[in-house]
Design a protein around this ligand. Structure first.
Ligand code: FAD
Length: 348
């Protein structure tokens, strides 16, 4: 893959989850511009991938939000600092340069950064693949791991595989505008599904009205004609094999986080987490900080609010690392003209 020109920056954040986003905000207050890299195609991390529509009740001063709302609010909050997002890129390599900067590489891009913030959570999310002979060849055309665009569903016979929130929510979405599939069949190994009570109630209604068909079983084979996938074979709990014709298959068997390359970067770790100093969230390497679910220190709790605190102290630490002469005096956004100027707030 062709590489773009190297981007030199003062700060790079790996991970656009809630903590990575708040890290961008806190660095912005310190006057530090950021580049952000995430392997996903959008910001939000676990909040978007695992529970976009579920409630969160423990964000300070926000009695209720969903994963999606919280992500949008964080994106609004960082907007004045104009971070550059690089989505669909996994950071694979990290090398220290002789001048002390870090060379950070993805397959598409190289960065040279003076400080690095690892907000990689529980790792990069990868959908669990369905391993059936010959099926992988249809990935992206008739086999999907995320809800495809409406035009890839409208007027089609869809099969959804899975028994949890994503599978149930997506099967329901396919019956509704703008997706409007001709038929939707949900396949799961048994007729016991794990989803929100509202989703299960809606599914029960759609099953009763014939808009969604449910089949208990496992996909064991495929049928093709020319270069088209035409049907799947489902073996049922009573040892029958059903042939289900289809236009496309959505597999929602869950996603699993892969810590992946983070573990190879030579940073001190403890049980798959990066060890940090809780006064600064610095890792074992100068200029590299770890915040959010990826780090470990005495008393660590994997909560968003804890990650926000960590990002705040890491930004202060990075500001004095980048500019040891800086006063490091605490300023309030309420009263500091400098912080308000950085936030783009016009003086009244
Ligand atoms: P993440 O949200 O995991 O984001 C990390 C990002 O880094 C991901 O987008 C990933 O793609 C990216 N990434 C990883 N490795 C790489 C790489 N090498 N290159 C590029 N990108 C990479 N917490 C609460 O405080 N309150 C709650 O009510 C709550 N409810 C929850 C409900 C559920 C079902 C779950 C699963 C978690 C819940 N949590 C809750 C926990 C909360 O979601 C996490 O603490 C939070 O998401 C951690 O944020 P993060 O930014 O550290 O990591």
């Amino acid at each position: 893959m062709p590489q773009a020109a190297i981007i030199a920056t003062d700060a790079l954040v790996i991970g656009a989850g809630p903590v990575g986003l708040f890290q961008v905000f806190q660095l912005g207050l310190q006057g530090i511009q950021t580049q952000v890299v995430d392997v996903l195609d959008q910001a939000g991390g676990q909040c978007i991938e695992l529970y976009p529509d579920k409630p969160i009740y423990d964000i300070p001063a926000l009695p209720y939000s969903t994963g999606r709302d919280l992500t949008q609010r964080l994106l609004d909050q960082v907007a004045p600092f104009k971070p550059t997002f690089h989505f669909k890129q996994q950071v694979s390599q990290l090398l220290r340069q002789p001048d002390g900067r870090w060379q950070v590489s993805t397959p598409q891009q190289q960065f040279l950064t003076r400080t690095l913030f690892i907000a990689a959570g529980v790792g990069a999310f990868v959908p669990k693949e369905l391993k059936v002979e010959g099926l992988a060849a249809f990935t992206g055309s008739q086999l999907f791991y995320r809800l495809p665009n409406p035009e890839q569903i409208k007027g089609r016979n869809m099969v959804v595989l899975g028994g949890e929130d994503a599978a149930v929510d997506n099967a329901i979405a396919m019956t509704e505008s703008p997706h409007q599939a001709v038929s939707v069949t949900l396949v799961h190994r048994r007729d016991v599904l794990q989803a929100s009570p509202q989703a299960l109630e809606k599914l029960a209604q759609l099953r009763a009205s014939g808009h969604i068909k449910f089949v208990a079983g496992q996909i064991t084979g495929i049928e093709t004609r020319g270069d088209r996938l035409t049907a799947i074979a489902v073996s049922t709990p009573d040892n029958q094999t059903l042939n289900l014709p289809l236009d496309a298959l959505l597999v929602n068997q869950g996603i699993s986080p892969k810590l992946g390359p983070v573990a190879q970067w030579g940073l001190v770790m403890e049980r798959k987490q990066l060890s940090v100093d809780p006064a600064s969230f610095a890792t074992s390497e100068a200029g590299i900080y770890a915040v959010g679910d990826i780090n470990s220190y005495p008393g660590k709790k994997k909560l968003i609010v804890c990650g926000f605190h960590e990002a705040t102290l890491a930004a202060f630490a990075a500001a004095s690392y980048l500019n040891p002469q800086a006063s490091g005096v605490l300023q309030y956004t309420t009263s500091s003209a400098l912080l308000q100027q950085r936030l783009g707030i016009k003086p009244v």
